[in-house]
Design a protein around this ligand. Structure first.
Ligand code: NAG
Ligand code: NAG
Ligand code: NAG
Ligand code: NAG
Ligand code: NAG
Ligand code: NAG
Ligand code: NAG
Ligand code: NAG
Ligand code: NAG
Ligand code: NAG
Length: 852
C-alpha cells in the first residue's frame, strides 16, 4: 500500500513537473515572440510572465487540451503591430493558426515561418508586406489557408507554388503581382477560394487548367489585367458559386454552356471587359443565379428568352452594350427581381403590364434605347420602386409608387401634360423630364415635394412657374420653354395687370387672415377666460385630481388660478404653456393638453409616471400632473433660457459653433436614451427646435416627448395632422406609413441639426423664402456644389470643416429613404468625434461670445 502510494505520488510529481515545464516554456516562447514585435499601442500588455493571468488567457491566444493546455491559435489582427515576426513562434508544438492581419508589418514574406510545420492558416492580409513571393514558398507544405491580400507583394507568382497541394484558400488579391500566371494551378485540387483580384500588373491569359479545380467555390479575378478568351474548361468548375472576371481585358465570346453547366453559380460578373457576340441561350442555370452582370462589353444580339426561367435573379445588368431586339417579357415578372439596368443599348419593344408582379423591383434604368411604349400601368403598382429612368414615349401615372425617389424620363418624346398626380409621390426628390415635348402648366402640387432636382428644360411648357418650386434651383432647369414665365425668367409674366392683382389679392388675403387671426385670438382669450372661471369653480368642487412626483408645495387651486393670460408663454399643437411661480419661489412650466383620449385616471397616472421616471440630463423632468374632465395639466421643470427654436428665430442669432455642437450632442443623447436605453423604449415623435429647452449652461433638454402615450394614438395623430407649420420636421414617409419609427425621430433630429449648422429656421415665414430647410439645403448642396453656402456665415471660418462634417451627418439623418438614416447612437458617436477633434485647442465651457 505504502509503495503504491509513493509510486503514484512520484508519478504525479513527474507529470506535474512536465506540465509546468511545458507551460512555462510556451509562455517563454510567446514572450520571445513578443520581444521582437513593436507594439505601439501596448496591445499585448497582458502578455507578461509577471501577470497572474494564465498565458492561454493572454490577448489573442487560444489553447486546447492536448491533454495539457497548448497554444493552437494566435490571432493578433488589428493591433497596429510592426517589427519582426520571429520564427520562435514555431517552437509552439501545436500552433495551427496564425493571424496577423490588419497590422503594419513592413517586411518581406516571413519565409522562416515555414518552420512551423503544424501551421495550417497563415493570414498576413492588410499589412505592408513587400517583395516577391520567393520560390521557397513551397516549404509551406502544410498550409491550407494562405492570405497575403492587401500588401505590396510584387513580381511573378513562382512555379514552385504548385507544390502547396493542400491549399484550400489562396488569397493574393490587392497586391502588385505582375507577369503571367504559371501553369501550376491545376495542382491545387483542394482549392475552395482563389482570389487574384486587383493586381493591375498581372497581365496574363486565364490558364485553362483552372478547369481542374473541381472543389473551387469562389474564383475572384476582377480588376487585374487578364486578357484573351474565357477558356472553355471553365464549364467544369462544378462547385463554383461566385465567378468574378469583371474589369479585365477579356475578349471573345462567353463559352456557350458556361451558365447552364455551373449549376451552383449564384453570382456571375463579366462586366467591363471587351467580350462580344451574342449572349448564350442558357446564360443562367435555372434556379441558382442571383446576380448577373454583363455590362460594359461589346455584346450584341437579343437577351435570350430563357432568362424568364432564372427565377431567383435579383440583379440584372446589361447596360452599355450593343444588345438589341425585344426585351423579354418574362424578365419583368421575375418574382425576386430588384434591379434592371439596360441603358445604352438598342432594345425595343415594351414594358408589359405584367411588371406589376415584380413585387421587389426597386430600380429600373432603360435610357438611350428604342422602346416604343408608354410606361405601363402595371409599373404604377410596384410599391418598392425607387428609381426609374427610361427612354419611353408615354408618361403614365405612378400613383402607388410611394417609394419612388428618382424619376428620370429625359430625352424622350413625351407629350401631353405633366401628370399632377406626381405630387402625390411623397418621397420623389429627383425629377428629370427635360428634353421632351411636354406641354401645359407645371402642376402647382409639385411645390409640396422636397425636390432636389427638377429639370423640365426643353419642353413646350407654359404658364407661370410656382415660385417656391424653382427657388434655389438654377434657371437652366426651365430653359427652352419659351412660354414659361416668372421671376428670373426672360419672360416675367408680361401681363403685369394680373400680377399686381394677385399681389393685391395676396395682401388682401393676408389682411383678412390677420383680422381673422386677431378675432380668433380674442375669441380664444374670451373662451379661456370663461373656461377659466368655470374650471376654477369646478376646482373648488374638487373635480381636479393631481399627482406630484416631486414635492411641490402648491394646491390645485393655486395652480389653476395662476394660469392666466399673464403667465401664458406660448402654445403648441397640443395646447398652451404657462410659466408659474410657486409660493416657494420655484418656477415651473405647465403644459395644458386639451385634446386627449378617454383614459381612466389610473391608467393615465401609470403612463405619466412612466415618463416622469426618466432621469437623463438631456430630458426635461415631469414634476406632476393634474387632470380635470376636459384637460390635463403637465407640470415640467422650468428652464431659463427658453427653447432653441426661440433662440434661432431671434434676429441676430449668434451662438458659437462649439456651443451648437454641444447642443446637438445633448439632443442626440437624449433621443438615443429614449429610444434605446430607457425601458420601455420611447419615441419622441414631436422633435423640433421649439421642443428643445436650454438650461443656464446651454445644456439642451427635450420636452413634449412621447405625448402619444398620454393623449392616445388617435388624438395624437389628429393633433399632429392639424399642425402644418412644423411639418418640415416630419420625415417624408410620415405621409404613407402609419407606424411611428425611430427613423422618423432621426429625420426630425437631422432638421434640427440643419438649423444649427445653417442658423436658419426650419421653415421661413416670409413667402419669398418659403422653402423648408431640407429642400433649401438639398438644392444648395446638390446643384451648385455649394455646401459652404449652407453654413451660417456668422460663424468663424475656423469651424467650417467641422460644420461641413456636421452637415454631412444632418444630410444622412434627413435621407429620403428611412433605412439609409443612421441610428441615434451612430449620430451621437459621429458628433462626439467632431467634438473631440476640436476640443483640444480650447475646451472652455465659459466665455462664449453669445449675443442674442
Ligand atoms: C520573465 O521571463 C524572462 C525571460 O523569459 C525572465 O528574464 C524574467 O525574469 C521573468 N520575469 C518574472 C517576473 O518571472
Ligand atoms: C481564463 O479566464 C477565465 C475567466 O476569466 C477562467 O475561467 C479560465 O480558467 C482562465 N483560463 C486559464 C487557462 O487560466
Ligand atoms: C501604429 O504604429 C506605427 C508604427 O509603429 C506608429 O507610428 C503609429 O503611431 C501607431 N498608430 C497608433 C494609432 O498607435
Ligand atoms: C484574414 O484575416 C482578415 C481579418 O481578420 C479576415 O477578414 C480574412 O477573412 C482572413 N482571411 C482568411 C482567408 O480567412
Ligand atoms: C504538381 O503536383 C505533382 C504531384 O501531383 C507534382 O509532381 C508536381 O511537382 C507539382 N507541380 C509543381 C509545379 O509543383
Ligand atoms: C487593356 O489593354 C489595353 C491595351 O491592350 C491597356 O491599355 C489597358 O490598360 C488594359 N486594361 C486593363 C484593365 O487591363
Ligand atoms: C449581389 O450583388 C449585391 C450588390 O453588389 C451584393 O450585395 C450581393 O451580396 C450579391 N449577391 C450574391 C449572392 O453574390
Ligand atoms: C447610347 O447608346 C449607344 C450604344 O447603344 C452609345 O454608343 C451612345 O453613346 C449612347 N448615347 C448616350 C447619349 O449615352
Ligand atoms: C437638365 O436637362 C438638360 C437637357 O436635357 C441638360 O442639358 C442638363 O444637363 C440637365 N441638368 C442637370 C443638372 O441634369
Ligand atoms: C412636339 O409637339 C409639336 C406639336 O405639339 C409637334 O409639332 C412637334 O413636332 C413635336 N416635336 C417632337 C420632337 O416630337
Amino acid at each position: 500500500m505504502a509503495t503504491a502510494c509513493t509510486y503514484s505520488l512520484i508519478i504525479s510529481l513527474i507529470l506535474s513537473f512536465f506540465i509546468l515545464n511545458s507551460a512555462s516554456s510556451e509562455a517563454d516562447i510567446l514572450l520571445t515572440f513578443k520581444a521582437s514585435i513593436e507594439d505601439s499601442k501596448n496591445a499585448l500588455s497582458s502578455w507578461s510572465n509577471a501577470s497572474a493571468t494564465h498565458y492561454c488567457n493572454w490577448t489573442g491566444i487560444a489553447c486546447v487540451s492536448t491533454p495539457s493546455l497548448s497554444v493552437t491559435s494566435l490571432n493578433l489582427q488589428s493591433l497596429n503591430l510592426s517589427g519582426e515576426i520571429s520564427s520562435s513562434i514555431c517552437e509552439l508544438p501545436y500552433l495551427s493558426h496564425l493571424n496577423l492581419a490588419d497590422n503594419v508589418f513592413n517586411k518581406p514574406i516571413p519565409l522562416h515561418l515555414s518552420e512551423c510545420n503544424t501551421l495550417e492558416t497563415l493570414n498576413l492580409s492588410n499589412n505592408l508586406i513587400w517583395g516577391p513571393i520567393p520560390s521557397q514558398i513551397s516549404q509551406f507544405g502544410s498550409l491550407k489557408v494562405l492570405d497575403l491580400s492587401g500588401n505590396h507583394v510584387e513580381g511573378k507568382i513562382p512555379e514552385s507554388m504548385g507544390s502547396l497541394q493542400n491549399l484550400e484558400v489562396l488569397n493574393l488579391g490587392s497586391n502588385l503581382l505582375s507577369g503571367s500566371l504559371p501553369a501550376v494551378f491545376g495542382n491545387f485540387t483542394e482549392l475552395v477560394v482563389l482570389d487574384l483580384s486587383q493586381n493591375a500588373y498581372l497581365v496574363s491569359e486565364l490558364p485553362s487548367d483552372f478547369g481542374k479545380l473541381e472543389k473551387l467555390e469562389q474564383l475572384l479575378l476582377q480588376r487585374s489585367s487578364f486578357y484573351g478568351e474565357i477558356p472553355d474548361s471553365f464549364v467544369s468548375l462544378r462547385s463554383l458559386t461566385i465567378l468574378d472576371l469583371s474589369q479585365n481585358n477579356l475578349t471573345g465570346e462567353i463559352p456557350q454552356t458556361l451558365g447552364s453547366s455551373l449549376k451552383k453559380l449564384v453570382s456571375l460578373d463579366l462586366s467591363q471587359n471587351m467580350l462580344l457576340g451574342p449572349l448564350p441561350n442558357g446564360i443562367c442555370n435555372e434556379k441558382g443565379l442571383i446576380n448577373l452582370s454583363l455590362h460594359t462589353n461589346l455584346f450584341s444580339g437579343p437577351i435570350p428568352n430563357s432568362i424568364s426561367g432564372c427565377i431567383n435573379l435579383e440583379r440584372f445588368q446589361v447596360q452599355n452594350n450593343g444588345l438589341f431586339g425585344d426585351f423579354p417579357d418574362g424578365l419583368w415578372s421575375l418574382p425576386k427581381i430588384k434591379l434592371i439596368r439596360a441603358e445604352n443599348n438598342r432594345f425595343s419593344g415594351e414594358i408589359p403590364d405584367s411588371v406589376s408582379k415584380a413585387a421587389q423591383l426597386e430600380q429600373v434604368q432603360l435610357d438611350n434605347n428604342s422602346f416604343t411604349s408608354r410606361i405601363p400601368q402595371g409599373l404604377g403598382m410596384v410599391k418598392s420602386l425607387y428609381r426609374f429612368s427610361a427612354s419611353l414615349n408615354g408618361l403614365y401615372e405612378l400613383k402607388k409608387c410611394r417609394k419612388l425617389v428618382s424619376l428620370s424620363l429625359a430625352d424622350n418624346s413625351l407629350t401631353g401634360e405633366i401628370p399632377p398626380s406626381l405630387s402625390d409621390l411623397p418621397v420623389l426628390t429627383y425629377l428629370d423630364l427635360s428634353d421632351n415635348n411636354l406641354s401645359g402648366p407645371i402642376p402647382q402640387g409639385l411645390q409640396n415635394l422636397k425636390l432636389a432636382l427638377f429639370n423640365v428644360s426643353f419642353n413646350q411648357l407654359s404658364g407661370r412657374v410656382p415660385f417656391s418650386l424653382i427657388s434655389g434651383l438654377p434657371a437652366s432647369f426651365l430653359e427652352g420653354n419659351p412660354e414659361l414665365c416668372g421671376p428670373g425668367l426672360s419672360n416675367s409674366c408680361s401681363d403685369d395687370q394680373p400680377r399686381h392683382r394677385t399681389a393685391g389679392l395676396a395682401t388682401l388675403t393676408y389682411a383678412l387672415i390677420s383680422v381673422a387671426f386677431g378675432l380668433g385670438t380674442l375669441i380664444v382669450a374670451a373662451g379661456f377666460f370663461l373656461y377659466h372661471r368655470y374650471s376654477k369653480q369646478r376646482s373648488q368642487m374638487g373635480s381636479w385630481r393631481m399627482i406630484f412626483f416631486y414635492p411641490l408645495r402648491v394646491t390645485e387651486h393655486e395652480l389653476v388660478m395662476g394660469m392666466n393670460e399673464m403667465s401664458a408663454v406660448g402654445s403648441g399643437a397640443f395646447g398652451r404653456v404657462y410659466i408659474l411661480g410657486l409660493p416657494s419661489g420655484e418656477l415651473v412650466a405647465i403644459k395644458k393638453l386639451v385634446n386627449y383620449g378617454s383614459q381612466s385616471f389610473k391608467s393615465l397616472k401609470a403612463e405619466i409616471r412612466t415618463l416622469a421616471k426618466i432621469r437623463h440630463k438631456n430630458i426635461v423632468k415631469i414634476l406632476g400632473f393634474c387632470r380635470s374632465d376636459d384637460s390635463i395639466l403637465l407640470i415640467y421643470e422650468f428652464l431659463q433660457k427658453g427653447s432653441l427654436g426661440d433662440l434661432i428665430h431671434r434676429p441676430g442669432f449668434v451662438l458659437q459653433w462649439d456651443v451648437r455642437l454641444r447642443i446637438a450632442i445633448g439632443v442626440a443623447q437624449g433621443l438615443a436614451y429614449l429610444q434605446k436605453d430607457y425601458a420601455p423604449h420611447l419615441l419622441h415623435r414631436n422633435l423640433k427646435s421649439n421642443n428643445i429647452l436650454l438650461d443656464a449652461d446651454f445644456e439642451p433638454k427635450l420636452t413634449d416627448f412621447a405625448l402619444d402615450i398620454i393623449v392616445g394614438e388617435a388624438a395624437f395623430q389628429s393633433t399632429m395632422a392639424s399642425e402644418t407649420a412644423s411639418s418640415c420636421y416630419n420625415a417624408p414617409e410620415c405621409g404613407y406609413s402609419k407606424k411611428a419609427t425611430e427613423q422618423m425621430d432621426v429625420y426630425s433630429f437631422g432638421v434640427v441639426l440643419l438649423e444649427l449648422v445653417s442658423g436658419r429656421k426650419a421653415e421661413q415665414a416670409e413667402p419669398a423664402e418659403s422653402l423648408d430647410i431640407v429642400k433649401w439645403v438639398r438644392r444648395k448642396v446638390n446643384i451648385t456644389n455649394g455646401a459652404y453656402q449652407v453654413l451660417d456665415p456668422n460663424i468663424s471660418e475656423s469651424s467650417q470643416q467641422e460644420m461641413l462634417w456636421a452637415l454631412e451627418i444632418a444630410m444622412g439623418c434627413t435621407s429620403v429613404m428611412p433605412e439609409k438614416r443612421p441610428s441615434m447612437f451612430e449620430v451621437v458617436r459621429a458628433l462626439q468625434s467632431l467634438d473631440s477633434r476640436t476640443s483640444f485647442p480650447s475646451n472652455t465651457s465659459e466665455g462664449h461670445s453669445i449675443s442674442l
